[in-house]
Write a protein that binds this ligand. Structure first.
Ligand code: KG4
Ligand code: ZN
Length: 335
């Protein structure tokens, strides 16, 4: 079955083609101009999606050596995300399906992040724990089967990626800040300053990152004169990153131990973080877990994960209605 996937929930326009689970193409265009504003400007993002979505879909078809007439199912993200951006991809997808007389499937962005782990890892088996760490979300799910999810924990304030982006901004680093902090941290001392590991004394599996962010803010206020120093920026990056990763890894370890699962998926943009990857590998080998972390092009927003999830959804539950709507917020995608 040939599936076209479309993703436009934030500042990436992406299209991908999958054929019987084999990925034929995955084209991603990132709107780098937002870095000038220190974050994504929703109105500009949706206009840019509108401008480039047709060439992006055409390139995905060409790269996959298929034509629009070969596509048998069209899947597009319906949410959560920026509403104006989502509407562009969702309506393009519906229009494509309608005009080619093929089924349309609306895909939940977070469910797709979970199944991005299946694009390269066919050894991942149910049940597994999924840590979703992105710019908008930080969630721990017990994935019992396709379509059967139990939410174990979530962030109570900022998402992990949002904390990385905000701290990077305080340090004068460009947006998106996560990759910048990751790079800086490699040259810094992670024990330079002890930022708080909020929530580790609680018994639940929720996260809170606003306290760390505020403590970085106060620390920098007390040391403004040192912000000119590269080594200071590297040390703060490394210390902040160490605190973030300690929390993410510890809550994930508790989720694995409480549920007794043998597999773990770490997905979403922040899963590209090199320290998080190294520490999750250590955790997996200590607990004897199968670990799946998508490679960079599938961990940040991409349409390959939408095509993959669209294929799984269509096979199990069939097509969506054409009145499927775009939605800005929702962490729930279980049936
Ligand atoms: O999943 P994603 O592409 O978009 C959302 O759905 O939010 O995640 C983007 C987030 C940004 O906050 C970015 O700073 C963060 O992922 N990110 C990273 C790294 N690469 C991307 N955070 C930490 N370390 C990285 N290497
Ligand atoms: Zn995402």
């Amino acid at each position: 079955m040939l599936v076209l996937g479309i993703e436009s929930s934030c500042d990436e326009t992406s299209a991908a083609v999958i054929s019987d689970s084999a990925l034929l193409s995955n084209v991603i265009s990132s709107q780098l101009f937002h870095s000038r504003f220190g974050g994504v400007v929703p109105e500009l993002a949706s206009r840019e999606h509108l401008r480039i979505i047709t060439p992006i879909v055409q390139k995905a078809l060409a790269d996959g050596n298929v034509t629009d007439r070969d596509i048998e199912v069209c899947a597009a993200t319906s949410g959560p995300g920026l509403i104006g951006s989502l509407l562009v991809g969702l309506n393009f997808g519906k229009g494509f399906a309608l005009s080619h007389d093929i089924p349309f499937v609306a895909v939940h962005h977070l469910e797709a992040h979970i199944f991005s782990a299946f694009l390269e890892h066919d050894n991942l088996s149910f049940p597994f724990i999924a840590l979703i760490v992105s710019g908008g979300h930080t969630l721990l799910y017990l994935v019992k089967d396709f379509g059967r999810y139990e939410k174990l924990g979530r962030t109570r304030d900022d998402a992990a990626g949002e904390a990385f982006d905000k701290v990077a901004k305080m340090l004068g680093l460009p947006y998106p800040g996560g990759p910048e902090i990751d790079r800086r941290a490699r040259h810094g001392n992670p024990t330079f300053h002890e930022f708080p590991r909020a929530g580790l004394s609680n018994d639940d599996l929720d996260f809170s990152f606003s306290g760390i962010k505020t403590s970085v803010l106060y620390f920098l206020r007390d040391h403004t004169e040192r912000l000119q120093s590269e080594s200071f920026i590297n040390d703060v990056s490394a210390s902040f990153q160490r605190a973030m990763i300690d929390i993410l890894v510890e809550k994930t370890r508790r989720a694995v131990e409480r549920t007794g699962v043998k597999s773990l998926a770490v997905v979403g943009g922040v899963s590209a973080n090199s320290e998080l990857q190294a520490r999750m590998k250590e955790l997996a080998s200590a607990l004897g877990l199968t670990l799946a972390i998508p490679s960079l092009q599938y961990s940040t927003d991409n349409a390959a994960m939408i095509a993959k999830t669209g294929e799984l959804l269509y096979t199990r539950t069939g097509r969506s209605m054409f009145d499927a709507t775009a939605f800005a917020r929702s962490e729930d995608f279980s049936d």
